[in-house]
Write a protein that binds this ligand. Structure first.
Ligand code: SF4
Length: 79
């Protein structure tokens, strides 16, 4: 089930980056990112566990990841 409060969006090219997938899997404290052979998988049932730590934004290239706060219509992103 997708998150009610949080969504994580990824740029299409970043989503297929296997190395980035491993990094994201490592940094996210609540396991929202899963590394697969095809790149990054977003673990939907974990989305609402997001603690807005921004570690995923710091680990990814600018613009690659957005953490959307569905409850207030804003997003965390790195430009
Ligand atoms: S902000 Fe933190 S908790 Fe939320 S998805 Fe990124 S790394 Fe995970």
């Amino acid at each position: 089930m997708p998150g009610l409060f949080i969504d994580v969006e990824m740029d299409e090219s970043a989503r297929g980056d296997v190395e980035l997938a491993r990094k994201l899997e490592e940094v996210c404290p609540v396991d929202i990112f899963k590394a697969t052979d095809a790149g990054v998988e977003i673990v939907e049932q974990q989305l609402d566990e997001c603690v807005l730590c921004e570690l995923c934004l710091e680990a990814a290239p600018p613009g690659a990841v957005r953490v959307v706060k569905l409850y207030e219509g804003t997003a965390l992103e790195r430009n």
